[in-house]
Design a protein around this ligand. Structure first.
Ligand SMILES: C[S@@+](CC[C@H](N)C(=O)[O-])C[C@H]1O[C@@H](n2cnc3c(N)ncnc32)[C@H](O)[C@@H]1O
Length: 206
């Protein structure tokens, strides 16, 4: 899906995202933030922050930067920030494939339910690696496809519809993570029936 189409799709999602996907994926986001173990003064980047459902759960002692391509999703995130007084959070409209941040700025970088919806996942992953400190951590939280062969068959058949609705597509996360120059340090199933994976990575060779 092209960037403009993604913007159109998420302009629509912004009306109902929180009540469906905000809730459905809520447990996994909490596990992710717990695993991140963010120390005072550390700086976190959340790529594809959407309506900012995760933002209130970050510790206030951390600086959090959220970016997203959809101004409509971000409008909700900004409203949430103001309503909850999240003074530790900054939000920018930005393409994750071409981030305007210097190399090695962030201690932790996370993309939750984003990598499977972007048109060029490797480009986004490489950007995440670029802006992460060498000793930092990159986290991916995503649906990775059904383990049941029957459900996987249906998923394959309905992939074009799933993609058109902005619900992502199946991605080979193992290959993607390796190609982006990362190694997996921890992986666990989260959300209902462990249907999503939380993957913690470090830069290769450190
Ligand atoms: C499924 S939502 C996930 C939102 C949030 N991370 C969560 O956990 O619910 C995917 C988000 O990725 C954003 N997105 C898609 N492509 C993007 C890109 N190239 N750069 C930045 N954000 C992007 C969409 O606008 C949308 O808000």
């Amino acid at each position: 899906m092209k960037i403009d189409r993604i913007k159109d799709v998420y302009a629509v999602h912004s009306y109902f995202y929180d009540s469906i996907f905000g809730r459905l994926y809520a447990p996994g986001r909490l596990v992710a933030i717990g695993l991140m173990d963010i120390k005072p003064g550390q700086e976190v980047l959340e790529v594809g922050v959407g309506t900012g459902v995760s933002l209130p759960h970050y510790p206030r002692h951390a600086r959090v930067v959220g970016i997203d391509i959809s101004s409509e999703m971000l409008a909700k995130a900004k409203e949430r920030n103001v309503n909850l007084g999240l003074s530790n959070v900054e939000i920018y409209e930005m393409d994750a494939g071409r981030m305007e941040f210097p190399d090695r700025r962030f201690d932790k970088v996370i993309a939750a339910h984003v990598i499977s919806v972007v048109p060029e996942p490797l480009k986004v992953m490489k950007e995440m690696v670029r802006v992460c400190k060498d000793e930092g951590e990159v986290y991916i939280l995503n649906y990775v496809g059904a383990s049941s062969r029957v459900v996987a068959w249906f998923e394959e058949k309905f992939q074009p519809i799933r993609q058109a609705l902005g619900l992502g597509r199946n991605v080979d996360f193992g290959a993607l993570i390796a190609d982006a120059g990362l190694v997996i340090e921890h992986i666990e199933g989260v959300n209902i029936l462990g249907m999503c994976r939380l993957i913690k990575c470090r830069k290769k060779g450190r």
